[in-house]
Design a protein. Structure first.
Length: 302
């Protein structure tokens, strides 16, 4: 299926919602790991209700596919944990720069998984995005472990996106989202003892405030159930690489939303605008170059 203009707008709306998660994360009083735990619970429950209302199915074609869904859900859990862990050990700038490697990893992994040639243009655009984010954020090499965790979050994001792009050809995006959110929730619950023993010095905070439930509902249903399932659905029409490339606008949207919602009136420095311009140009160039070199993109491995 070919992508339409509406599909590109939908993708950027999804990226906008993902950028909004940073705002919700600041508004929710729970620590990040507990917050993600409740996010996956609400996402799984919301997805189950939506499947029933839409008269969908919980059935998976084969046991092999079911195991892939569970494994992918665990990878999603690792992605979220490494991303938030990176921000905890370093700072948000380092974690976002590390996460930005997702488009670079997707440019390498997707062609191998789908037995197509690695596309130099995609690798080049992925590197361009890294340069843009490097300019936006003050990159600090004093946090090697934080950087490694950020890169791990980018790698795992590329891996589960590639897997989902193949699963969605035979399984509903709603069914995929449901089982992966359940598996992610279980994965984080299993991680709790390690988290409490080696990372957090505080007891688990599993009693959200009343206002937290409102923000968690937005996080779980709008930013997870809708955004995650629709992103999987878009992978039928758009390459994983382009989706990951567009996701690099997430921190840009997040910063813009923070300025709007929290009323910060300070003017951004030149590096923000320069880096943002590089990212936007890279994202905008991809569909144009893809259309021009379509025959090269579809060449299978010999």
């Amino acid at each position: 299926m070919k992508a339409t203009v509406a599909d590109y707008f939908k993708l950027h709306f999804i990226v906008f919602l993902f950028g909004f998660t940073a705002i919700l994360g600041k508004l929710i009083s729970l620590p990040s790991v507990e917050m993600v735990f409740y996010r996956t619970i609400l996402a799984a429950a919301g997805m189950a209700v939506l499947i029933v209302i839409m008269k969908g199915t919980f059935r998976v074609p084969s046991q092999k596919d079911f195991l892939k869904l569970i494994l992918t859900g665990l990878i999603v859990a690792v992605h979220w944990l490494t991303f938030f862990g990176s921000g905890r050990l370093a700072n948000p700038s380092v974690s976002l720069v590390g996460f930005a490697t997702c488009s670079f990893w997707a440019a390498l992994i997707e062609p191998i998984a789908k037995r197509k040639k690695i596309r130099p243009m995609e690798v080049g655009l992925g590197i361009a995005v890294l340069v843009g984010l490097y300019i936006i954020f003050s990159f600090d090499f004093h946090y090697p472990l934080g950087l490694l965790l950020g890169i791990a979050s980018g790698l795992t994001a590329a891996i589960f996106s590639v897997i989902n792009s193949k699963l969605v050809t035979r399984i509903s995006s709603y069914t995929i989202t449901f089982y992966e959110m359940v598996a992610a929730c279980l994965g984080i619950a299993i991680f709790f003892p390690f988290y409490q023993e080696y990372i957090s010095s505080e007891p688990l905070q599993l009693r959200p405030k009343l206002v937290d439930w409102f923000y968690l509902a937005l996080l779980g249903w709008a930013c997870s159930v809708y955004a995650y399932s629709q992103m999987i659905d878009l992978s039928k029409k758009l390459s994983v690489f382009f989706i990951q490339l567009a996701l690099n606008l997430e921190p840009v949207y997040g910063i813009a939303l923070a300025l709007l919602i929290f009323g910060e009136q300070e003017v951004m420095s030149w590096n923000f605008y320069a880096g943002t311009l590089i990212i936007i140009v890279a994202v905008a160039l991809y569909p144009l170059l893809k259309r021009r070199f379509e025959h090269h993109f579809n060449s299978p491995l010999q």
